[in-house]
Design a protein around this ligand. Sequence first.
Ligand SMILES: [Zn+2]
Length: 299
Amino acid sequence: MVTQRLYGGIEGGGTKFNCAIGNGPENIVAEMRIPTTSPTETIHKVSDFFAPYLGQLHGIGLGSFGPFDLDSTSPTYGYITTTPKPHWGNINIVGMLHEKINLPIVADMDVAAAGVGEAKWGASKNDSHSLYLTIGTGIGGGYIVNGKPLHGLTSPEMGHIRIPHDLKLDPFRGACPYHGDCFEGLASGPSIQERFGQRAETLRDDDPFWEVEAGYIAHALANYIFTLSPKRIIIGGGIMQKDFMFPAIRKKMQEVLNSYIPHNTILRDIDRYIVPPALGNRAGVLGCIALAMDADMMR
Ligand SMILES: [Zn+2]
């Protein structure tokens, strides 16, 4: 029997907080987008959204931008830690929500939540091991194993790996304040804006840079395939709104792998291996609901 218990999902992003109530893609009872302003104002509006439903909810799932401290033994558990986003550094987001919403809150990184949503209801619902990657304002990835995001010492930071950077082809030094030309430093939306002085979405579709961008993403995917061997790779985020990027990435990735992994999924079935999120722009908030549901079932 399908559960009728309701859960809250909060996808906390740098520009907006997506909130929803429900228990699956076919049953969203209410949803709202709240602009990300100051922590106090944003959390206040989030709790106002949930207030009429509190008696019916069995838990809240929060997927937040980071870096986000998820170590339950840490004194700063539930804090957004070293973000450069103004006003949000060292903010106890889980604690602030708890003060307003007296329900169990399970928290994870935004990309991990989106990956959990896709694994429960979306593009990777039949895959034991899947990778969810977002390429937009930042770059991050969640690796989902049997429905759960992989955590180690901290959350993986897949956007900050090193990839080959041909300075003759792309002389840009990179936009990451920590590493310069790491993957995020070379391929995020802000890196494109810094190179060309215009937003990535306004860069013409026939600009030769998109080939370079597809190459960066392909190299990163090859590294994830070599180290994690996901059974499916889902890529979301603003950059991937350009549909031509998917075929370009698939082609480049086959060149990078050079037939080294003799699996038909990669050799012949790559169109179904590297895919957009099946839940679209609801992957994140549905993933947060999935986190809350899974935590409730473990109780
Ligand atoms: Zn970096």
